[in-house]
Design a protein around this ligand. Structure first.
Ligand code: NAD
Length: 435
């Protein structure tokens, strides 16, 4: 099948490359000419494990190409995916749908023959209706079905997630023509036992937000339990393991830490709350999740200051890990941003190191010193703080860490080290949810 992917970011590029790998002919489109030029030159505009090889193999096989020319890509496509960004609208938290609607207007002008227009971007309930209205108004002759196909991949494991999804959600209602095209597109996956879930379009749109809000709530729940553990002399890792072994709960998303961040949970929880507000149907649990998580990030800054004896002015903090999670270069809403801000507000100087996120970080962090490696970041610092659990931080030479630090303060906001290991090296340990 011929596929056009509008938007070649974390979702569009991975989805496009994976569809090509299944054997479809895929053109990835982006309006960012720099991104397309990089892709054409064989350079990846994002860091995602395995992506460069997957892209190269499918380009070489003639199934994957890149362009800024949306019209050329969509003209003969059987399916046109919209995978553009839907960030928080400045000021109010609604999803900014301007990129989605702009793409819909361009698609309307260029489609020929029967085409399924698939919204892969995360969009509020009713967006599919509006996309369909835009296309029909701009081009009454267009023969299109508009389908919602939310994406659940995780950055850092995106290819594996796309190719082995827990489920594929296709919101096409009782539109049999669209159903047939979508079934053909995903055939390699459902032959591989991935459940294909057909739903109404609105259900598909809403369930993506419900999934993210649920996961954000699960993280926030264990973070609050972690705080209680500290007060009562319990260990959150023992508690999490004990509840996670219950099949009804499950072990995932029960790692206490500095609060969730990233390109999806913060904006999607806010957008869901806006939908709830618009429909006069408050979602109190999600409201609490958002509020608790927001205050947690800066509270982590205070935790570091406390570990340094209550004073940050004149001190230097080495922040290890900047991206919102390991194996990605994505800095969008990373907890490191709020933590660093809180420390700077209290007068601390900041050294940072991240294995792949430093270039992206430069666009969002001000007045920090970028170190060329983890040990250079630690030199002369009054505290080492693990913010992102990169594998590269899991086996630090702790004697060297101790020797490089001015003060032996080690704050592990991801609980990747046992307390005893840190203390044996002569460092003072602070974790999360451990008394
Ligand atoms: P991104 O910012 O990495 O990529 C979006 C791309 O779309 C950009 O390269 C931008 O230049 C391009 N674009 C915007 N308007 C365009 C247009 N009219 N024509 C061509 N290109 C255009 O965003 P992303 O992280 O890939 O997210 C895309 C969508 O997928 C969002 O709705 C997001 O919520 C959702 N999503 C993201 C993830 C994730 O892990 N990143 C996971 C699931 C769902």
């Amino acid at each position: 099948m011929r596929v056009a992917m509008i938007g070649s970011g974390y979702v569009g590029l991975v989805s496009g490359a994976c569809f090509a790998d299944f054997g479809h002919d895929v053109v990835c489109v982006d309006k960012d000419a720099g991104k397309i030029a990089a892709l054409e030159a064989g350079r990846m505009p994002i860091y995602e494990p395995g992506l460069a090889d997957l892209v190269a193999a499918n380009v070489a096989a003639g199934r994957l190409s890149f362009t800024t020319d949306l019209a050329a890509a969509t003209a003969d496509a059987d399916a046109v995916f919209i995978a553009v960004g839907t960030p928080s609208r400045r000021g109010d938290g609604h999803a900014d749908l301007s990129y989605v609607f702009a793409a819909a207007r361009e698609i309307a002008r260029t489609v020929t023959g029967y085409t399924v227009v698939v919204t892969k971007s995360t969009v509020p309930v009713g967006t599919g209706d509006e996309v369909e209205r835009i296309i029909r108004e701009a081009n009454p002759q267009a023969d299109v079905s508009v389908v919602s196909n939310p994406e659940f991949l995780r950055e850092g494991a995106a290819i594996e997630d796309f190719k082995r999804p827990d489920r594929i959600v296709i919101g096409c209602g009782d539109d049999d023509r669209a159903k047939a095209v979508m079934t053909d597109l995903y055939r390699p996956l459902y032959l591989n036992k991935a459940p294909l879930l057909f739903t109404g379009r609105r259900s598909a749109e809403l369930l993506k937000y419900a999934a993210n809000a649920f996961l954000a709530t699960k993280i926030t729940f264990i973070n609050e339990i972690a705080d209680l553990c500290e007060r009562v002399g319990a260990d959150v890792q023992e508690v999490a393991r004990g509840i996670g072994l219950d099949n009804r709960i499950g072990p995932k998303f029960l790692h206490a830490g500095p609060g969730y961040g990233g390109s999806c949970f913060p904006k999607d929880t806010l957008a869901l709350l806006k939908t709830a507000e618009d429909y006069d149907m408050p979602l109190r649990i999600v409201e609490a999740t958002v509020a608790v998580n927001e205050s947690r990030k800066r509270a982590m800054g205070r935790r570091v200051i406390q570990a340094m004896g209550g004073e940050a002015r004149g001190k230097t903090v080495a922040v290890l890990g900047l991206t919102f999670k390991p194996n990605t270069d994505d800095m969008r809403d990373a907890p490191s941003i709020a933590i660093i801000q809180a420390l700077q507000d209290a007068g601390a100087r900041i050294h940072v190191y991240d294995p792949v996120g430093m270039e992206q970080a430069k666009a969002v962090l001000e007045n920090v010193d970028y170190a060329p490696n983890v040990y250079a970041a630690l030199e002369g610092a009054d505290a080492a703080v693990i913010v992102t659990e990169w594998d590269a931080f899991r086996a630090l030479d702790l004697d060297r860490v101790k020797a490089l630090l001015r003060e032996p303060v080690f704050v592990d906001l991801r609980n990747i080290y046992p307390k005893e290991t840190i203390e044996r090296a002569g460092l003072r340990y602070t974790g999360v949810g451990r008394s």
